[in-house]
Design a protein around this ligand. Structure first.
Ligand code: NDP
Length: 267
């Protein structure tokens, strides 16, 4: 898919909704949300806007003045967004990251975990399943916290072992030093290794679902290895779909057209 037209936050025209990050041109959120607006006959605009780290609070104030009412947040701004907005009371204070902000109120929430949960359910991996999460960054934190809460048995592996141990200790998860897939129903790649086409030192055996959180039309190296080992695979598009749909409802109170949004991010 082609890169999205994007704006620097100081130059952004007025609009209704946006995704902010740095870089932001690779985000598929604009095409997905715009397809939903078109299907519902709304003339809203959803833009991609670059906001460098350290400038989010200033940028959000400027976007509020330009009449934006909702903003999605992507890398590397999710923790910064948690600090400079008003996160909903409850679970997300444990995760420490937000991906959805309402303007001008600056209320915020995180829909990544629920997006992942819905994607897993659609792939028939429900509560009670045993899940190995690879990574201990922002996405792994929110995945580990939410899945544990929903009744999954979660184990974490990370390249930097200390971070995996700390994450597991904080949320009451298991952690391992070597990523062996035997005995797991699902393996979630929440590392950014696929962004760099890098391989992970996984010892594949058993059978289950291997999901890469990165969205990609072509199978990532992680997905290719999993397929060779006989695992079924999916990329991060269903997660993107459900986190976006949840943001949509949170901002507008309107049920989004899921089929249209899914079609907009399919190959
Ligand atoms: P972070 O930068 O917070 O975390 C990166 C993680 O990847 C760390 O655990 C890091 O390990 C690990 N890592 C990086 N490079 C390698 C490597 N070469 N080998 C092994 N481990 C590596 O990233 P995020 O959590 O924000 O994002 C992770 C992925 O999830 C990205 O691909 C992102 O696109 C995707 N994502 C998808 C979403 C969706 O809707 N589909 C939503 C959110 C994220 P270490 O601690 O050792 O450095």
């Amino acid at each position: 898919m082609s890169l999205e037209r994007w704006y620097e936050w100081r130059d952004a025209p007025s609009g209704d909704f946006a995704v902010v990050g740095d870089p932001v041109a690779h985000s598929w959120s604009p095409r997905m949300h715009r397809a939903a607006y078109a299907a519902l006959n709304y003339s809203w605009e959803y833009r991609a806007i670059r906001v460098p780290a350290g400038e989010l609070e200033q940028a959000l104030k400027a976007l509020a003045q330009k009449k934006y009412r909702g903003v999605n947040v992507t890398v590397p701004l999710k923790q910064e967004a948690f600090k400079c907005t008003r996160p909903e009371i409850g679970a997300i204070s444990r995760v420490g990251a937000v991906n959805t902000i309402a303007l001008p109120s600056m209320m915020s929430t995180n829909t990544d975990g629920i997006g992942l949960y819905k994607a897993l359910l659609e792939s028939h991996v429900g509560p009670g399943a045993s899940v190995l999460i690879l990574g201990a960054g922002g996405s792994a934190r929110s995945a580990g916290f939410v899945l544990h809460r929903y009744g999954y048995h979660v184990t974490v592996w990370n390249r930097t072992t200390e971070t995996a141990a700390a994450l597991a200790g904080e949320f009451g998860l298991r952690w391992v030093e070597t990523p062996r897939t035997a005995g797991f129903d699902a393996v979630l790649n929440a590392t950014s290794a696929s962004l760099a086409d890098a391989d992970l030192p996984i010892e594949w055996s058993g059978r289950g679902l291997a999901m890469d959180m990165m969205y990609a039309i072509e199978a990532t190296p992680f997905m290719q290895r999993a397929q060779s080992a006989g695992w079924r695979t999916m990329d991060g598009r269903e997660m993107l779909l459900w986190q976006g749909a949840t943001s949509f409802v949170w901002w507008t109170g309107i049920d989004p057209p899921i089929g249209v949004m899914r079609e907009a991010i399919s190959a």
